[in-house]
Structure formats: structure tokens, C-alpha cells
Ligand binder design. Structure first.
Ligand code: SF4
Length: 389
């Protein structure tokens, strides 16, 4: 049996695995997903593999990789346009975010929106801000700073229509510009009187986005510099994208049950109690009208995903997975698995190391319960993104 360690781009990790997995079983190579060409914001992809010892293994791995990439549609994320380096800010500048541009741009397809430019305010333009007004919707007005022109109604109407149109864009998430009276997700300055502004507002476009798509994973660029928040955002965008793909097709209770079973480990890593609640919902599926079932499943699933997966919870999931292997493994192999999981718990190796080992043994022993778990079989782009956590 040939094991493909296609998930590894880091030689040190591959080396650690080579120590643990018999060399003759390993066609170990770094998977390289090359950027094959892109338009201004769109991307096209190709998969390439480096040389491995067995040409047949390489060919079969390549086919497998190509199939997996073909079946995985591009990850489409909405983004505040100024974060891409476009000069759309009120002062004619931009807020290019190096992490988003240099790391994520090769892995996702951006769908840029600048609400202020699309509203027709032009660039450069007078800056605008939020002002407290208890008689206004949400208790705030959007006004120009010097001339005090009220743009609230125009911006709210524009946002309603523009956000509604996003339903066609198949977005898996949205990255918003922090602090903006249009795009800011939280803690946006709200002025009232001569004192300092309170940091408790939300940009009008962001508010509409989160109102119409409460389950869409949304983050601000600054928060994505935190590895924990970033990983949680990635978890949420992949889960949301997979669920939307399922529910946008002809789905049955059977396919929903399968989806739920395949995501058991992912959910356990975020919230075991919520995984169990979702299980009860799925068990009652036949008694619930389909539309209500889909809505409740999505709501509860994405609520579960909002709970951050911790290293401790991931370790519990890995131990749970190992529990299904241990009776088939000899003492030495069990010890290796425990050691590498402990290495992960202590932060010495990334999670993909124990995952790859567990998957190797699950494949070798053909344990279908483990092989069906999305947690143990992430897609190539998912892996590439996780390399940046
Ligand atoms: S924060 Fe939003 S509205 Fe302001 S320049 Fe950036 S994209 Fe445009």
C-alpha cells in the first residue's frame, strides 16, 4: 500500500513522519499547488507533484490530487476593497494587508466591495463617521464629518440591495476593514457631543451583511493576525462552504445524516454539547419540515463553530480517534501515536502531524469510521491555509 503524504509542505514535518511510518510505505513528497494564472482578482489552479520513488504512485497521487482539487470549488471570500491595496479610501489611499495579500491571495478568490465608492461618494472624498442618534435605526446616523450631510438612508438602501445580490456570489466568508463607519464589524467609533467617541458601533454595510447572513463567517483583517482567531475563521469558512454546497443541491435526510456523521470530529473539537444537540436535531429530522430543518441545522451548526476549538479539545478528538485504532496496533506503534499527540498538545508540532499518522493507520487498517471523517481528510486548499495558522 502506498501512503501519500500529500499534505506536507514542510520538510521537517515530513522527516518526523518518516521516522514513524515505515519508509517503504511512504511516497513522501511535498504537494505544491501552483498558482496557474489569475485575472485581477480571480484565480485558476493547477496541481503539481515533486518526484517520488514510485512513478505509478506519483501518477495515482497526482490523479487523486487533481480530482480532489477539481471537486473543491474555489474558496470565495468577500473583502473590503481597500484591504487589497486598491486606492479607494477617502484620502485616495489604501489599507493593503500584507498577510491577506501575500498569503491568502494565492488560496482564495476575493470578491471585493467598497460600499462608499459603490455608493458614488468618489475618491478622494470627505471622510464620514457614525453619530449617536437614538431616533435613527440602530441608534446611529452616518454623516460627513465637516459638512454634516446625512448619508444614513442612502447607505442603508445601497447596503440592503448590494448584500442581497451577494447571494449569487457563493461566498464562504467575508473579511472586513476594521474601524470603518461602513465596513467595521465591531468597536467602530460613534460620536456624540464634544467628548471622546464610544467604541461600540458597527459599520452600516457590515451591519446589513451580518443581518442578512447571520451564519456567514465574518472577520476583520486585524483579528486575522491572531493565529487562534485565524484558525477558527478557516474552520468556519470551510464548514459554511460545505454546508451551503450540500443545501444548495437536492439533499435528503440521508445526505444530511451523512454530512453530520462526517463532521463529527470537527464539531467535537469546537463544542461537544452542541454536537450532541445537533445529533438530536438530525435524529428528529423526519418530524421537522425540510425548510425548518435546514434553517435550524445551519443555525445550530454555525453557532457550534463559533466556539473556538482549543488545543485541549483537539487533543481529546485525537485521543478519541486513536481509541478506534488501538486494538489493531502493537505497543510500539501505539506509543508513537501517543508521543506525537503529546507533542501536539505541548505545541511542538502542528495538528496535521498526528492527523496524518492516524489517517495512515486508518487507511492501512481500512477503518471506514475514521476514513469518513472530514477532520482526518482535509482538502488540499484547506491544508494550504492551515499551514499559515
Ligand atoms: S473601509 Fe470599506 S468603505 Fe472604506 S475604503 Fe475600505 S472598502 Fe471602502
Amino acid at each position: 500500500m502506498t501512503l501519500s503524504l500529500s499534505d506536507f509542505s514542510h520538510p521537517a514535518l515530513a522527516e518526523r513522519l518518516k521516522q514513524l511510518i515505515p519508509l517503504e510505505a511512504v511516497a513522501c513528497r511535498a504537494a505544491t499547488i501552483r498558482h496557474a494564472g489569475r485575472g485581477r482578482f480571480g484565480l485558476a489552479w493547477a496541481a503539481g507533484v515533486s518526484q517520488a520513488s514510485d512513478p505509478k504512485a506519483v501518477s495515482s497521487d497526482h490523479n487523486e490530487m487533481t480530482n480532489r482539487i477539481t471537486e473543491t470549488k474555489a474558496i470565495r471570500l468577500g473583502i473590503s476593497t481597500c484591504l487589497l491595496g486598491e486606492e479607494v479610501r477617502h484620502d485616495g489611499g489604501h489599507k493593503r494587508d500584507p498577510f491577506l495579500m501575500e498569503t491568502l491571495s494565492d488560496l482564495v478568490e476575493w470578491v471585493p466591495i467598497c460600499p462608499e465608492v459603490e455608493l458614488g461618494l468618489g475618491t478622494p472624498r470627505e471622510p464620514i463617521h457614525l453619530v449617536r442618534d437614538t431616533s435613527a435605526p440602530d441608534g446611529v446616523r452616518l454623516t460627513s464629518v465637516k459638512t454634516d450631510i446625512d448619508l444614513s438612508s442612502k447607505m442603508r438602501r445601497f447596503s440592503r440591495q448590494r448584500v442581497r445580490a451577494l447571494a449569487l456570489e457563493r461566498l464562504s466568508g467575508f473579511v472586513l476593514k476594521r474601524g470603518s463607519p461602513s465596513c467595521g464589524m465591531e468597536r467602530v467609533k460613534v460620536w456624540s457631543g464634544p467628548g471622546p467617541a464610544a467604541r461600540n458601533g458597527r459599520g452600516l454595510f457590515a451591519a446589513e451583511l451580518m443581518r442578512q447572513y447571520p451564519n456567514l463567517p465574518v472577520e476583520e483583517e486585524g483579528r486575522l493576525h491572531d493565529p487562534g482567531l485565524r484558525e477558527n475563521f478557516f474552520d468556519r469558512i470551510f464548514m459554511y462552504g460545505r454546508l451551503r454546497r450540500l443545501l444548495s443541491r437536492r439533499w435528503t435526510i440521508g445526505t444530511l445524516v451523512t454530512f453530520h456523521a462526517e463532521h463529527k470530529f470537527v464539531l467535537m473539537a469546537h463544542s461537544l454539547p452542541r454536537y450532541r444537540e445537533l445529533g438530536r436535531l438530525v435524529a428528529d429530522a423526519k418530524t421537522i419540515p425540510r425548510a425548518e430543518l435546514a434553517r435550524r441545522y445551519e443555525d445550530e451548526l454555525m453557532e457550534a463553530m463559533r466556539t473556538r476549538a482549543t488545543r485541549r479539545r483537539h487533543t481529546n478528538v485525537l485521543m478519541h480517534a486513536m481509541g478506534h485504532l488501538k486494538k489493531y496496533l502493537d505497543g510500539e506503534t501505539r506509543k508513537d501515536l501517543l508521543e506525537v499527540t503529546e507533542d501536539y498538545r505541548l505545541g511542538h508540532v502542528p495538528r496535521i502531524v498526528p492527523i496524518t499518522l492516524i489517517r495512515h493507520h486508518a487507511r492501512r487498517l481500512d477503518i471506514s469510521y475514521l476514513l469518513q471523517q472530514v477532520y482526518l481528510n482535509p482538502r488540499p486548499k484547506e491544508l494550504m491555509l492551515r499551514n499559515h495558522v
